[in-house]
Design a protein around this ligand. Structure first.
Ligand SMILES: NC(=O)c1ccc[n+]([C@@H]2O[C@H](COP(=O)([O-])OP(=O)(O)OC[C@H]3O[C@@H](n4cnc5c(N)ncnc54)[C@H](OP(=O)(O)O)[C@@H]3O)[C@@H](O)[C@H]2O)c1
Length: 297
């Protein structure tokens, strides 16, 4: 007799979905981490300092699995209710828009251990940071996520492209193995919810190394209209970044990595496929998903 769902008694044990706390949930990577955890059937608490601005209603259906909770990583006591019943915790290393390094790592790790958290992922903020050091020194299984440039950074070009079909950048020949933010979220979700990733630091890249022109071409194809690339001098780039309100240390970092991109920033590796079992998404896919942001209305 054929075994099928109609004739087999339901003997599967009932399982309760695991609950995860995601910091940075209103940001680029945290939002995708929330999405990926939900898509794996888990429940998520989305941490924010301002619950009014957190909106997951576009997560069709699965958005019901998100509970928005108020908390501030700079004020560890505010995290106590949010940590209750949590299996895994996703952390960022900085405090606020100026990207100041969080110094509260030891307290956060202690509270997480008390709450019974079993796994922590940390979104690396460039090199060692006090919070990352505290997580790695603690007893909870940790995974450090070290993504290269996010594809989402291309959104910084949206206004210029909509205005006059132009991208203005310095160092236009530089190569970047930029990664889809959804793939960073997917690696985070797997590392948080499955065994085998503790004590590992994952460099996370996209599937190809692209120049500025390659990216502009992909965006042009996605929006159905040409884009011109104009190379800026370093001085012009500084002026543009300052006018956009970039902090000086971010500007210094950009000059360094754009002018002299290290091999790991421009060499695609297989982390996304190895950890998630799915190929890393291309920039052409990202461009198709985000084409409207680059179209004139
Ligand atoms: N952009 C890149 O190409 C790139 C590449 C590699 C690594 N990175 C690293 O990625 C990180 C930035 O990630 P992202 O772009 O996903 O962030 P983002 O979009 O800038 O969002 C920042 C998030 O941090 C949260 N936040 C800030 N301070 C907080 C605090 N004190 N307590 C709780 N939440 C706080 C904010 O939440 P609320 O405002 O809702 O509270 C917001 O969700 C940085 O560490 C950067 O170094 C970036």
């Amino acid at each position: 007799m054929t075994n099928n769902a109609n004739t087999t008694p339901n003997t599967a044990p009932s399982t309760t979905p695991d609950l995860f706390l995601v910091a940075g949930a209103t940001g680029t990577v945290g939002r995708q981490t929330v999405r990926e955890l939900l898509s794996r059937g888990h429940l998520v608490r989305a941490l924010t300092r301002d619950p009014d601005k957190a909106d997951f209603s576009d997560f069709s259906g699965s958005g019901d699995g998100v509970e928005v909770v108020r908390g501030d990583l700079a004020d560890p006591a505010s995290l106590v209710p949010a940590l209750e019943g949590v299996t895994g915790l996703h952390l960022i290393t900085f405090d606020g828009g100026g990207f100041a390094a969080l110094e509260t790592g030891p307290e956060i790790v202690e509270l997480a251990a008390k709450a019974g958290v079993r796994r922590i992922t940390v979104l690396n903020g460039g090199g060692d940071t006090p919070l990352q050091d505290a997580v790695m020194a603690g007893d909870i299984a940790w995974t450090v996520l070290m993504p290269v440039e996010f594809m989402a950074n291309a959104l910084e070009w949206a206004q210029g492209i909509r205005a006059d079909d132009t991208v203005r950048e310095p160092f236009v020949g530089r190569l970047s193995a930029m990664v889809h933010e959804g793939d960073i979220g997917a690696v985070a979700a797997v590392a948080l919810s499955e065994d085998g990733h503790g004590g590992k630091s994952y460099l996370i890249t996209g599937p190809e190394a692209l120049t500025i022109q390659d990216k502009a071409d992909a965006l042009a194809a996605a929006r159905g209209r040409e884009i011109e690339v104009v190379e800026l001098t370093e001085a012009q780039a500084l002026e543009q970044w300052r006018a956009a309100g970039q902090p000086e240390e971010v500007i210094g970092f950009l000059l360094e990595v754009y002018g002299n991109t290290p091999p790991e920033g421009r060499t695609p590796i297989g982390t996304v496929a190895e950890v998630t079992g799915r190929p890393a998404r291309t920039f052409a896919q990202w461009a198709a998903e985000n084409a409207d942001a680059f179209r004139r209305v």
